[in-house]
Design a protein around this ligand. Structure first.
Ligand code: NAD
Length: 248
């Protein structure tokens, strides 16, 4: 894990869930981490203080709603002002507004696409000059198996997450010349707040649909991010499924 020492990583939406697990994983290996949050300052500061207790001297929280292009750019600039560089950008922030198309409003469509897809363009665009200057960079975009398989009541989310896969491949082709890798991870069902609202009987049905027979844990996604950062030099434009086999 030598490569994590001295590495500067920005993780969007890292105040809880998968983002928090990624911040913990990268920080444990010696990376400086930026815990981005939009509204929930308290949880983000709690993540920073828990990372500090575990020995990290270089964890900070930065507020930015990454679905806003200017705020996303400020997140990257504040990171570079504080740490002098940016090596890893994990586009993890995401929301769901689940409704069948019959009930979905245009505003609800737009909101999900804005947070789950457009934000990634904003952050990568802002980080680009730094990656080009450094001739290095690792981008990891958090997609979903729903972007590959589709899902009832999630046209907005599925479209945004599928869009992320296309963005990942195109960006990987453009940025390879600067030695920047861009990959997407597609988690299956993962035990976080996003999944917490699911009633027990539905949860049981979901478990039965997963070949490995259980819901995934946030740290299982975080370990995949660490792998890409530490050992992924020759991996780019890929979509990596971490889903217990729920979609093959
Ligand atoms: P979560 O809801 O627990 O965490 C998402 C985080 O993103 C929250 O901290 C939230 O405040 C933050 N966020 C939302 N909008 C933001 C914005 N505009 N700017 C900055 N931060 C913002 O969800 P999670 O389960 O940890 O999901 C993390 C990522 O993984 C998401 O992109 C999600 O779509 C994806 N994913 C999750 C699952 C799952 O089952 N949990 C499955 C597949 C993919």
């Amino acid at each position: 894990m030598g490569k994590l020492e001295g590495t500067v990583a920005v993780i969007t939406g890292a105040g809880r869930g998968i983002g928090r697990a990624i911040a913990e994983e990268l920080s444990a290996g010696g990376a400086s981490v930026v815990v981005n949050y939009s509204n929930s300052k308290g949880p983000a500061e709690e993540v920073v203080s828990s990372l500090s207790k575990n020995g990290s001297e270089n964890a900070i929280a930065i507020q930015a709603d990454v679905s806003d292009a200017e705020q996303a750019a400020r997140l990257i600039e504040e990171t570079v002002e504080r740490f002098g560089r940016i090596d890893v950008l994990v586009n993890n922030a995401g929301i769901t507004i689940d409704k069948t198309m019959k009930k979905l409003t245009t505003d609800e469509w737009d909101k999900v696409v804005q947070v789950d897809l457009n934000s990634c363009y904003y952050t990568v665009k802002a980080a680009l000059p730094h990656f080009i200057e450094q001739e290095s960079g690792t981008v990891v975009n958090m997609s979903s198996f729903v972007g590959e398989a589709g899902n009832f009541g999630q046209t907005n989310y599925a479209a945004a997450k599928a869009g992320l896969i296309g963005f990942t491949k195109a960006a990987a082709k453009e940025l390879a010349r600067y030695k920047v890798t861009v990959n997407a991870i597609c988690p299956g069902f993962i035990e976080t707040d996003m999944f917490a609202f699911v009633p027990e009987e539905v949860r049981e049905k979901i478990k039965k649909s997963i070949p490995l027979g259980r819901i995934g844990e946030p740290h299982e996604i975080a370990r995949t991010v660490r792998f890409l950062v530490v050992d992924g030099d020759y991996i780019t434009g890929q979509t990596i499924s971490v889903n217990g086999g729920v979609y093959m």
